[in-house]
Design a protein around this ligand. Structure first.
Ligand SMILES: Cc1ncc(COP(=O)(O)O)c(C=O)c1O
Length: 388
């Protein structure tokens, strides 16, 4: 039976970064936004606010902060007061502010690669030194799988390390870290007195049994040294509205974070806040249906890769709408990103941009109608079959 997510919405000519970057014949499965209409309560809330017609400076919506606190309590038993919430115009802004807030010029920021590219640039943007540890890559049931490599992390730590940026659920591997994996990383940070900045933007996009555990909920000491970054943008497909947030229960750490943002980071725009409030308040049913659809898309991708794309191995993501393809066995000279763009007219994210461990990989965004996904995968198959 067709559902709302099957609808092929025309996005060409609508200011969409995803659709404008490549020529019209290319199917864009790159940047992380979905080709779905946002939930109706969000669209209605925006229309109501726009109808008022006055768009002066806004206060931080108190209802939004209360709603975030309520979701953290109901979802994870995490009790935080509204004062702990700092609204931000973007989550990448939060990554950069965290790097700026912690330590001084030349201090180290630890990350786990391959990872969402702004993790690689935020530290150096802010005069910090990037410290990289690769995750452990393995295979499970014929699928690509990543484990946290605590020894590699430990090996990358130096006396200068002040901050660890965690991505959980992980982009691009789709891992949802278990409590014990989080404990191992938190223990390491506590032992070396490292602040944690945990990007949990994908935490509502769980595709199955995995449960999300915010690292700050492990224990009060970890909470006191953690900045958690969240946003409704990926989940409810409103990234263009720019509304994210940091949860920082420790007042001193929060003051440090706010001081690093002062005068540089603007307030969140009023439409973004109203959209976020509606998304967090009225869209749980939409989200449940979205997750069902994404699970089916994930299965479609995994099955297709296994049966029709020899030489490629894929993750089976536990969360996100992102699959990560290991294409190294294809041995294409120009790399898989360029090969598929040129020969299949399908645009992915180039794995080389995700840091060590990303070369020879591409990231595929399956947040699109199944018909689009099918067409893209069939084009990939044909491009591989047509190779001399
Ligand atoms: C892990 C992660 N963090 C942050 C972002 C972007 O957040 P924002 O658009 O709010 O800066 C993305 C978008 O893909 C992401 O995957």
């Amino acid at each position: 039976m067709a559902c709302e997510f099957d609808e092929e919405v025309i996005r060409q000519g609508t200011d969409s970064l995803k659709w404008a970057k490549f020529s019209d014949e290319v199917i864009p499965l790159w940047v992380a936004d979905m080709d779905f209409v946002a939930p109706e309560p969000v669209v209605r809330a925006l229309a109501r606010r726009i109808d008022h017609g006055v768009f002066g400076y806004a206060i931080d919506l108190p209802e939004l902060k209360s709603k975030v606190c309520e979701r953290l309590l109901v979802g994870y038993g995490w009790e935080v007061g509204p004062e702990a919430i700092v609204l931000l115009p973007g989550l990448v802004t939060g990554l950069n502010v965290a790097c700026r807030a912690i330590g001084t010029q030349g201090d180290g920021v630890l990350i786990n690669t391959p990872v969402y590219p702004p993790f690689l640039t935020a530290p150096t943007n802010q005069g910090r030194q990037l410290q990289v540890a690769e995750q452990a890559r393995t295979t499970r049931d014929g699928e690509l799988y990543y484990d946290v490599d605590v020894d590699a992390l430990e090996g990358a730590v130096t006396p200068q390390t002040g901050l660890f940026i965690l991505c959980n659920p992980h982009n691009p591997t789709g891992r949802v870290f278990s409590r014990s994996e989080l404990e191992a990383q938190a223990e390491l940070c506590a032992r070396h007195n490292i602040v944690i900045c945990s990007d949990e933007i994908h935490c509502d996009l769980l595709l199955g049994e995995s449960k999300h555990v915010p690292i700050a909920t492990l224990d009060p000491e970890i909470e006191a040294q953690t900045i958690t970054l969240l946003a409704p943008s990926k989940t409810f497909n409103i990234p263009g509205l720019g509304c994210s947030l940091a949860v920082i229960p420790n007042a001193a750490l929060r003051a440090q974070f706010k001081a690093a943002a002062r005068g540089i980071v603007p307030d969140v725009n009023v439409l973004g806040m109203h959209a976020a409030l509606a998304a967090y308040s009225h869209c749980d049913q939409w989200l449940a249906e979205l997750r069902e659809y994404l699970i089916e898309n994930r299965e479609y991708v995994v099955d297709f890769v296994k049966s029709h794309l020899p030489g490629i191995q894929t993750t089976k993501p536990e969360a996100t709408y992102l699959a990560w393809f290991d294409c190294r066995e294809l041995e294409v000279d120009e790399g898989p990103f360029r090969f598929f763009l040129k020969n299949a007219k399908v645009a992915f994210n180039n794995g080389a941009h995700f840091g060590p461990g990303g070369e020879g990989f591409v990231r595929l965004n399956f947040g699109c109608p199944r018909s689009t996904l099918r067409e893209a995968l069939e084009r990939m198959q044909k491009a591989l079959e047509d190779r001399p």
